[in-house]
Design a binder for this molecule. Sequence first.
Ligand SMILES: [Fe+2]
Length: 348
Amino acid sequence: MKINKFLLPALLVLSIILVYFNSDDIVESKEVNIYTSRHYDADDLLYEQFTKKTGIKVNIISGKGSALIERLKAEGANSPGDVFFTVDAGNLANFQKQGYLQPIQSEAIKQVVPVELRGENDEWVAVAKRARVIFYNPELVNENEIKNINYEDLSKDTWKGKIVIRSSSNMYNQSLVSSLISNLGIEKTEEWAKGLVSNFYRKPQGNDRSQIMAVANKKASIAIANTYYIGIMLSGKGGQDQLNAANKVKIAFPNQGNRGTHINISGGGVLKYSPNRENAEKFLEFLLSQEAQNHIVNNTFEYPVLSTVRPHPLIENFGEFKMDKTSVADFGKYNPDAVKLMDRVNWQ
Ligand SMILES: [Fe+2]
């Protein structure tokens, strides 16, 4: 009988304790789950630095964007995902459109990331920048001929059979076309794309680095590719062939006399059902810290978002240039138009 008398209050106390420790509002676990489609080894060190600084354990779930979307779809409201971290504004916008992100609250983040480098409703932000530029072979192209070039000029007959660029299924190209749609409208961009495709040296094949190699090997005169690849190639990380090739090409930054060179981003957002949303924002804040920005630019050869951080010397050597301030959110907005347009002009 005595046991029953104490059992009831004891159970009540126990259940209160259990509820307390299970409530997300009161106790947030010391971990953060990051869904990422970035594939840079250097990111692992970044995660380690974050843990060292905050005591928050980082769990990585990596995969292609489409695989991560499938996973999030299956997990629904029970998803353990806190952060989505990837490359290209088009990919971030795609997650947002499908409803997998939520607005970022952190004022610290909004203070350092300019509005043009954020998604709609601040659902994602840039943590690094990359420029999509022209690589040319100075033995085939006169510097004077190219130094004032605009993307718009690439459709001119002078470049017939001289241009290499990867396929239209690549998001970097879809975002470049979206930026042109944002600035010129669909009709003019379609005319341009038609001319560009008619100037291709070959049917699009390979990645950005293959295009730069084709220019170094004098197959084509100019290639369109992202800046950080030349950093990787010049660093020797890609091997001797790539290093030799990188030394044979030069960079032209398009549209310096007007809106500036096309800029894309690496970035992240907080996932809709994030169980550790404070940690998720802390992680994004960390990526925008001086320490993390230095690490990013020195390992991925991207441009920093923080104005106090310098790019890697191999990248800084190419000089300062005017960056296009077209909102990167537009790349998501116009992506469906860009994809259809590229299809119409038979950009394979
Ligand atoms: Fe890339």
